[in-house]
Ligand binder design. Structure first.
Ligand code: ATR
Length: 276
């Protein structure tokens, strides 16, 4: 994704993956200064651990408490988080959906749910329900968000269990449903809720992009709901990081095309491995 954009824009950069052992995280991050590397993405499981090695954080990374992008700025390391914004951009650009005043359910209470929920509140969502398998984790997320935001923008923030009878009512009333759990990545996992409660009033999002059309999205689409997969979030979070480092926008449609080709290639490799 990044190297395609770099090539297209004829920039003098290269984007490389490094696998870093936990005990080496501090020196790996400090290495950016020594080598004058422009910036870095941080991915699971270091998005929180990395903060202690940075000089300062941009406001959104501070609120979310996690960093996915680092930039070397005048010799100092600044941490950013583009995950939540990437999702909102995908909703706005790909699905033409504005979250202001909307009634939203987020499934899951992990790191992705935290970034998305905070961004949705900042962007003016009306009501956010965190529906999680383990209610305690959902409650903890709500407590965390309340401690970070006076959430003057969001009138209602609540955690419920997937087994709570109120979930059905919340689904009926929701405008947007967002799945941040990995349920769509496997075929044999129990659905988060009965799909028959979905209808054409809903916008249904799955942040998974492998497969591009999860069971949740298929079932939502059959029932007339609008759907959004995780490819846009992947692209726009990448684009926001790219802009932070280089000042340039990625050629979004070119990047989207090569990502889809790559994902299809990998899927057919998996299919042929299975049939061997
Ligand atoms: P991330 O940081 O990428 O969001 P995570 O921290 O592992 O990932 O969070 C995964 C979320 O998916 C959790 O909310 C998890 O629910 P629990 O808190 O109950 O563990 C949820 N999840 C994972 N597998 C699930 C499943 N089979 N059904 C329902 N929820 C699931």
């Amino acid at each position: 994704m990044h190297n395609t954009a770099i090539k297209h824009l004829s920039l003098n950069y290269i984007y490389l993956p490094f696998e870093v052992k936990k005990e080496n995280l501090s020196i790996a991050i400090r290495g950016l200064k020594g080598l004058e590397i422009k910036g870095m993405n941080i991915t699971i499981p270091y998005k929180e651990d990395v903060i202690q090695f940075l000089d300062y954080l941009e406001e959104e990374a501070e609120l979310i408490g996690a960093v996915n992008t680092i930039k070397l700025e005048r010799g100092s390391l600044k941490g950013y988080n583009t995950d939540g914004n990437g999702f909102i951009e995908s909703l706005r650009i790909d699905a033409h959906e504005d979250v202001r005043g909307k009634n939203i359910i987020i499934f899951g209470a992990g790191g992705a749910a935290r970034a998305i929920a905070i961004k949705l509140i900042v962007a003016g969502a009306e009501r956010i329900i965190i529906a999680n398998r383990t209610i305690e984790r959902g409650v903890k997320l709500v407590e965390y968000i309340n401690s970070k935001l006076s959430h003057q923008n969001s009138k209602f923030l609540k955690a419920i269990s997937l087994k709570d009878r109120l979930l059905i009512q919340y689904i009926r009333e929701a405008d947007i449903l967002i799945n941040t759990t990995p349920v769509g990545m496997k075929n044999n996992l129990e659905p988060l809720f009965p799909y028959d409660y979905l209808s054409d009033r809903h916008m249904v999002c799955d942040i998974v992009y492998r497969p591009l059309k999860t069971r949740l999205l298929q079932e939502a689409s059959i029932r007339g709901a609008r759907i959004l997969n995780g490819l846009g979030m992947l692209i726009y979070q990448g684009n926001l990081s790219f802009k932070i480092w280089t000042g340039y926008e990625m050629p979004i449609e070119i990047v989207r095309k090569i990502l889809i080709e790559e994902l299809e290639k990998r899927n057919s490799e998996v299919r042929s491995q299975k049939s061997e």
